[in-house]
Write a protein of this length. Sequence first.
Length: 578
Amino acid sequence: MTTSKRHADDTPNRPDDSPTRPLNFIEQIVEDDLRTGKFQGRVQTRFPPEPNGYLHIGHAKSICLNFGLAARYGGLCNLRFDDTNPCKEEMEYVESIKEDVRWLGFDWGDREFFASDYFEQLYQWAEQMILSGDAFVCDLNNEQIREYRGTLTEPGRNSPFRERSVPENLDLFRRMRAGEFPDGSRTLRAKADMAHPNLNMRDPVMYRILHAHHHRTGDTWCIYPMYDFTHGQSDSIERITHSICTLEFENHRRLYDWYLDRLGIYHPQQIEFARLNLTYTVMSKRKLLELVQEKRVSGWDDPRLPTLRGLRRRGYTPEAIRRFCDRIGVAKFHSYIDVTVLENSVREHLNATAPRVMAVLRPLRVVLTNVPQEHVEHVAAINNPEDPSAGARQVPFTRELFIERDDFREEAPKKFFRLVPGGEVRLRCAYIIRCDEVIKDESTGEVIELRCTCDRKTLGKKPVGRKVKGVIHWVAASTCRKVQVRLYDRLYTRERLDDLPPGEDANQYLNPNSLEVIDDCRIEPSAAEAQPGQRFQFERLGYFCVDSRDSQPGQPVFNRTVPLRDTWAKIDKANKSR
Ligand code: ATP
Ligand code: MG
């Protein structure tokens, strides 16, 4: 196997953040083609979304692949909107797609194309095929066409209109364009082979009549080319070298090649790869649209969705998504990627880049009885142990604090190293405290306050002669800010959503607890002015991002991107190194 190393300077289109790895099978094909001079050393790819929805993490795989190849081999990648379906497409989607591709870190320069820009050319090619006897106007309706098509085991039958003369076909096709016939009354079909083992070759429809407004061409057209009569030619027009698509187009390749042969025009090479499937995730645009329309989520950018806007709002970084795409690789067979692979990618990136702050999700008041009422002290806290250049900040420390409710137990199991009555714990970056008294609400029995003493000699020092294992986070009660925090869990409770038993629907597996809103979270003052999109690690709680939709100036709302993995292992390690 050939391997090649990546260097930051040979990927002009994207920051290089992927580790060195063996070539994938597509890179091998491209390298072979470069060696044999198949496309005169050119590498020209494209990302071809249909503007009928928002991009998701599956599209990111295709984007990273296409732009990544171009960048790696000194080629170019076009952004092309495959907008052949006037009914489902909108400019809103076009704009959002551009925004998302840019956000992911890719640049298509001035190579922004629309299949609809090729409508006139495609029409001319359709006439050319009529003239060469390769296309005919058919009066069968959709249902009849299906009946005539045959099955995988039986050949189809020729349409009774197949032998129309060239002049008649030309006349009818022109009249179709002129708007003389109602929707669905006629089609233009290829004269291929009704007995072909590949059903796509059985006289496929090239044009249909559709009196519909198109988001770009308006009412210019009332006939629209089929996707299959558009995609290959669009690639050809743009002189794409490697036309990369997902596996379901494998048996369309034959038809695309047939059209290009008949028209005698430039041939790109189509290469298929397996689409991304993620556990606990639905990815089809139809299904995502349904979730949005049925208001099961708050919109296309709901942080629980795998859309790029959802992931962005959740706090995912472009670097993390690119790294994920690189890591999962490309293959020819279908498989599922565990969603934890995605989560780990963002953890890795945020671990290196996100400043640490302290926040308490479910506050429990702690009063330090040996600290005076008016006492305000500032303790130094390191912003990011992974990044010395991030420096340190001063965190206010006062008589009254909040700690996490979960960090105190009246009756604790053996390995509970946090606070218990009479026990000691270290406050992160600060002192060791001992719990002397537990105050409860008389009527409910709920613990409402802890009275503790603070050992002032223990700032940054190991206590002599006693073992304090736990370190907990805290905020000063008088200076902290109250903020809303949203915790997310997987949207579905089922691992694989594309092989549901008959009669079942993915909605049955929606997780009722996928969103938890906490209104009474307390955060240290340094993060209170955080701007939308800013990301933090809340110590011991995970990575959080300031919500870009619901935050107000001075009143950030935080979305949890991912919890920290293995929190306790980390804390224990930190203890040992003290
Ligand atoms: P969906 O099935 O979600 O509706 P689609 O294939 O219809 O997606 P397009 O807009 O046609 O969506 O996709 C644009 C490009 O992204 C295509 O080249 C397509 O193959 C690729 N793509 C879409 N989904 C995935 C996926 N899950 N994994 C990898 N590539 C994908
Ligand atoms: Mg598609």
